[in-house]
Design a protein around this ligand. Structure first.
Ligand code: HEM
Length: 406
């Protein structure tokens, strides 16, 4: 194991603990120090890992799969949850195998498939906001962000929405860093559930998400059931908590900055840049793992083959060498080459779905004329994992300036 970091600045932690409540409460101050003073930080917590925090380093490592491999089952989370021997596809394999695999699954993420579910998401967002406006207040995570995220994913993957309590429960257990044994049981149950879905579509294809995966073919190559199951697990794992988290932080910021919704209402053409800026400002996946493929040296630090190297997407997104006034949320920031969806071969496959949910939310807020304000401070709660960022509870008060404006 490499030596611990020592620094010439007393307030830089020498053991970065990404799940420490103080880090979780304010990762940005820690990132700022690390970027300046210790861009390749070492921590012996959670089995030991390196943390990259500068934009150029994070982006280069995300792209450079030869030096920083994804091809180690379980490497993406810190600590590794539910140790496995089988990789989850496509997130835990490298090119060239990864490229073939992505080519097979990419058709299910076609923009037309996202466009097809957008009206449904829009209708739901509108009815949820109307309900919240009628009540005058809401706990927005449970009453808006989670239902929008889950319904969108169910609609997009054609997985029954009525089973969402089950699959949300399994995924939540699988990603609970504090209870690996519950995660293993949940993982088995989710596998069985997905296998049943695949068997049903093999027997009777419907043209839906799973049927498309079964039918996908490139140069005579097709996905087998284990590959499809693995891919569905990644889609479930990546596809609803991330978007709920993005929506929650966006709603909190809008509640704290009421003038922003007025501006978006008068300049609705800013919605796409605002979505990108919300994504940059708060990365739902703040830190994501890789493995050193061989001994490396970066900024004078010796990284050994097999060491976990964590990519600080959230830290990179606040790097002042790339983003002017990075701690400011600018609705019209452009260009905005944030790393919230990663970079390189593993660039998020579902980014279009996430962007759609965020744009629909902003458009619906504008159309309903909703005015948000923070609810009781005491009840607002952030999630407790430092490699993710999102709210566990978001109390808001909500009313409207107008009725029936579209
Ligand atoms: C705001 C929401 C989201 C964020 C922040 C996010 C972030 C990410 C990131 C950072 C990666 C790359 C990981 C790496 O570098 O190894 C990734 C990969 C992936 N994401 Fe997302 N994601 C989001 C939403 C979604 C949704 C809605 C879906 C599915 C509908 C999805 C499906 C995937 C898949 C399948 C991969 C694996 C890509 C590969 O390994 O080739 N994501 N996501």
């Amino acid at each position: 194991m490499a030596a611990m970091v020592t620094t010439d600045e007393p307030n830089i932690p020498d053991e970065v603990d990404i799940h420490d409540p103080a880090f979780v409460a304010d990762p940005f101050s820690a990132f700022e120090h690390l970027r300046r003073k210790c861009p390749v930080a070492r921590s012996n917590k959670y089995g030991g890992f390196w943390l990259l925090s500068r934009y150029d380093d994070v982006r280069s490592a995300a792209i450079n799969w030869r030096d920083y491999t994804s091809s180690v089952p379980g490497v993406t989370a810190i600590p590794v949850i539910t140790p496995r021997t089988e990789p989850q596809l496509p997130i835990e394999i490298d090119p060239p195998r990864h490229s073939r695999y992505r080519a097979l699954v990419n058709p299910v993420f076609a923009p037309q498939r996202i466009a097809a579910i957008t009206p449904r998401v829009k209708m739901l967002a509108r009815s949820l906001f109307e309900k919240m406006i009628a009540a005058g207040k809401a706990e927005a995570v449970a009453e808006f962000c989670v239902p929008v995220a889950i319904t969108s994913l169910a609609a997009f993957t054609d997985v029954p929405l009525q089973d969402s309590d089950k699959w949300v429960g399994w995924i939540t257990s699988m990603f609970n860093v504090r209870d690996p044994s519950a995660g293993a049981t949940a993982s088995r149950e989710l596998n069985t559930y997905i296998e049943t879905l695949i068997a049903a579509r093999r027997a009777k294809p419907t043209g839906d998400f799973v049927s498309m995966l079964i039918a996908a073919e490139i140069d005579g190559e097709r996905l087998d059931d284990i590959q499809i199951r693995s891919f569905m697990t990644v889609v479930f794992g990546a596809g609803f908590e991330t978007t709920a988290d993005a929506l929650s932080v966006m709603l909190l910021w809008l509640a704290e900055h009421p003038e922003a919704l007025d501006r978006l209402a008068s300049e609705p053409e800013l919605v796409p840049t605002a979505v990108e800026e919300f994504l940059r400002y708060s990365s739902p996946i703040e830190i994501f793992g890789r493995n050193a493929s061989h001994d490396l040296c970066l900024h004078g630090r010796d990284i050994r083959r097999g060491d976990i190297v964590a990519l600080g997407f959230g830290a990179a997104n606040r790097d002042p060498s790339v983003f002017d006034a990075p701690d400011e949320m600018r609705l019209d920031r452009s260009p905005n080459k944030h790393l919230t969806f990663g970079a390189g071969p593993h660039l998020c496959a579902g980014a279009g779905v996430a962007r759609m949910e965020m744009a629909v939310t902003l458009e619906t807020l504008i159309e309903t004329g909703a005015r948000l304000a923070p609810g009781s401070e005491q009840e607002l709660r952030w999630k407790t994992r430092g490699d993710r960022r999102g709210l566990a509870r978001l109390p808001l008060t909500i009313d409207t300036r107008k009725t029936n404006r579209r």
